[in-house]
Design a protein. Structure first.
Length: 216
């Protein structure tokens, strides 16, 4: 079984598109019928995020942490308890490609760091957009780490110790631990995810803040 983990804090506007894309990826014929479980970790949600997740028929977990590292860890633990052999992580403001899971597994690595793209730059000026594209490597061999596009085997995840309770950069910390435990990592542009470039970032220090800094 494959497990997909999506942390969410008040994501009623963007979660529907995220879940539609995720469910398409979970039904890709290239998975050869292997079951896929999806869990949305509701972290201090006060809007309709939980209701929307229920309408899509995915698992949910409620936590009161306001901490994305703890949210990802809670979701990963739930998937491991259900017997997941592979954990795939994305974000509630992101849309995975239809072949996202297939592309991760095809790399035959213990962990996969994929790339992201932005399709709506309306909240930023042209200078910020251009600065991002100048600095971003959208090719195999990149060294980007995105919680919105990350996969890891259950064995490697356990060996690395899982996500730390960090409010941001929990994805980087996990990858650092994977490297320290001699995990085979594919730095690939094959698994693709479209993510939000919103300025009102849900996690301080996350992708939204990175973009904001480019425009300064």
């Amino acid at each position: 079984m494959l497990g997909i983990v999506i942390p969410a804090h008040n994501e009623e506007d963007l979660l529907p598109a995220c879940l539609r894309a995720t469910k398409i990826a979970a039904q890709h014929p290239g998975l050869n019928g292997e079951s896929v479980a999806i869990v949305v970790v509701l972290d201090c949600c006060t809007d309709r995020t939980g209701l929307i997740a229920a309408q899509f028929g995915v698992h949910t977990i409620d936590i009161d942490a306001r901490n994305v590292g703890m949210a990802r860890a809670a979701g990963a633990s739930a998937m491991l308890e259900q017997g997941a052999r592979w954990l795939a992580f994305t974000d509630a403001d992101s849309r995975v490609a239809p072949d996202w899971l297939v592309a991760q597994l095809a790399l035959n690595a213990e962990a996969v760091c994929g790339v992201i793209a932005v399709d709506d730059w309306r909240e930023h000026d042209a200078a910020t957009r251009d600065a991002f594209y100048r600095s971003y490597v959208d090719a195999d061999g990149h060294r980007h780490v995105h919680g919105a596009n990350l996969g890891v085997s259950a064995q490697a995840y356990r060996r690395a110790g899982g996500f730390l309770p960090m409010a941001c950069s929990e994805d980087v910390a996990l990858v650092d631990m994977l490297i320290a435990t001699d995990t085979t990592i594919a730095w690939s542009a094959a698994p693709r995810v479209i993510t939000s470039a919103r300025i009102a970032s849900k996690a301080r220090g996350g992708f939204g803040d990175t973009l904001a800094a480019l425009g300064e």
